[in-house]
Write a protein that binds this ligand. Structure first.
Ligand SMILES: *Cc1c(COP(=O)(O)O)cnc(C)c1O
Length: 489
């Protein structure tokens, strides 16, 4: 074994990490979920270290994996009010949980005699993971428009599109873009009657809504396994379970149904394969961390952290509502909110949410820009900026308020970025699929493909371009942008 200088290697990694957006302290209001409890992070890291060499592929050989998974699932099932007929898996994240919910529903639909191409029926606010599932597993995605002002789904609009080709309906608790809690009970009753499976995407809400209350202090309407007709629920441990990335729970109602999630084969000369999830060999790290965090927090600990989020969210919603030119979209349920321009004001008093976010980033606070979108009924969902609130936010409210107000003052009256100039700089688009070099050329022409990885500070022009270009073009450009970031030079 040749000798190596571990300290030097780690010093380089530390230097690289120092350039990252800050993962702790509440400055990044998406992607990261900081409990603010340092001991919890230490515990999670120690748990990851303990199982580092384990292969989660085979819980009969590495029996610790089976015990941890069983205990995590047991806790989740109780939290989400599942009975003995509710079983599940720990997956690598929300996307995998959603993919597997769709895969299971497709198999169940086929087993019940469905033929041809099935449909997923969901509000337009459903997470992009379901776009991915539809593409991967060969289903059509039927997106139901929501109220363009509030982001709310009217149950009737989804229910009237139920039909024998629907393999799965999906609603969110709550939705990622706006934090809207979909009308689970009404949709579930209709799905139950129509014999259609219903997934509740609780990826972001699953570990916090059980402890949430409405603004007036009342309990939320039931959205989990208490509701007959709900066949599966996803809940991400690496969000409000405060675990490191790589852990989510997918619970399904009915053993026989859940077994359709599995893949097994003895049709090769190697070991018999049985996979509940998409991966083969897999880390047990995030599972072990999740398990340890659950032991440490228990329901009481989760409730306390949820309370911190609740108070911070209410405070922030009030602050944003009080900033002239901005408005909170709808009435979010859970620790997240979307902010749009208050278009009831004259143009010179409005605040564009994207330029507002760019100004906040200059002050060291990262909000997440969401493009506007035209729905299938022609109505337009506004451009918004998204904030996910975590327990640490509670102690930073005053600081954040000052930043949000000052950033709004900076850009009040500035119209949204017009993408026309950038579009005019582009070579004519023939409609043919872009090749890699052409795509890279376009990225350079609009000034977003430098040599250093990372985006320019001003993201509003990028979002304007995303809204203005045809979707296939934008999607291809984004692929090029990400792909080039990791290409060896
Ligand atoms: C985060 C999220 C997902 C996808 O989860 P990943 O963990 O990012 O793969 C799905 N649905 C909702 C509502 C989410 O918030």
């Amino acid at each position: 074994m040749r000798s190596f200088d571990g300290n030097a290697i780690l010093a380089r990694l530390s230097a690289l990490r120092a350039a990252d957006a800050p993962t702790h302290g509440g400055h990044v209001l998406s992607y990261v979920y900081d409990s603010g409890v340092a001991e919890l992070d230490e515990l999670a890291a120690a748990a990851v270290r303990l199982v580092q060499p384990v292969n989660g592929l085979d819980p009969t050989t590495f029996t610790s994996v089976a015990v941890m998974e069983r205990e995590v699932l047991g806790f989740a099932r109780e939290l989400l009010h599942g009975g003995d007929e509710v079983v599940g898996s720990v997956t690598s994240g929300g996307t995998e949980s959603c993919l597997l919910a769709v895969k299971t529903a497709r198999e169940a639909w086929r087993a019940a005699g469905g033929t041809g191409r099935p449909r997923i029926l969901a509000p337009v606010t459903v997470h992009a993971a379901f776009h991915k599932a539809a593409e991967y597993f060969g289903l059509d995605l039927d997106l139901v428009p929501v109220d363009a002002r509030t982001g709310r789904l009217e149950a009737r609009r989804l229910i009237e599109r139920l039909g024998p080709d629907v393999a799965l309906a999906v609603v969110s608790a709550p939705s990622y873009p706006y934090g809207s809690l979909d009308p689970v009970e009404e949709v579930a009753a209709a799905c139950d009657e129509a014999g259609v499976d219903l997934h509740v995407d609780g990826c972001i809400g699953g570990w916090i809504l059980p402890f949430w209350r409405e603004a007036d202090g009342s309990a939320l309407p039931a959205w989990d396994f208490r509701v007959a007709g709900v066949t599966s629920v996803s809940a991400d441990l690496h969000k409000f379970g405060y675990a490191p990335k790589g852990a989510s729970v997918l619970l399904q109602r009915g053993r026989d149904r859940q077994r359709l999630q599995y893949f097994a084969t003895t049709g090769w000369p190697g070991y018999p394969v049985v996979n509940p999830t998409l991966l083969g060999s897999k880390s047990a790290g995030a599972l072990a961390a999740s398990w340890a965090i659950i032991q440490a927090l228990g329901a009481r600990g989760f409730a306390e952290l949820a309370d911190a989020c609740l108070h911070a969210t209410r405070a922030l919603a009030d602050i944003v509502g009080d900033i002239e030119g901005l408005r909170v979209v709808g009435s979010p349920t859970g620790p997240l909110l979307a902010v749009a321009t208050d278009d009831e004001l004259p143009a010179d008093r409005r605040v564009d949410p994207h330029q507002w976010a760019d100004r906040a980033r200059l002050r060291g606070w990262h909000l997440q820009l969401q493009p506007g979108l035209t729905q299938s009924d022609g109505t337009r969902l506004p451009a918004t900026t998204h904030l996910t609130i975590t327990p640490v936010t509670k102690d930073r409210i005053d600081e954040l308020e000052a930043v949000l107000r000052a950033s709004a003052d900076d850009v009040r009256g500035t119209p949204p970025v017009d993408a026309e100039a950038a579009l005019a700089a582009l070579p004519p688009l023939s409609g043919a699929p872009l090749d890699s070099d052409t795509a890279a050329g376009i990225l350079r022409a609009v000034g977003i493909a430098g040599d250093a990885p990372g985006l320019p500070n001003d993201q509003a022009p990028l979002l304007a371009l995303i809204e203005a270009l045809p979707r296939p073009v934008t999607e291809r450009l984004l692929i090029e942008l990400l792909a080039r970031i990791v290409e060896p030079s």
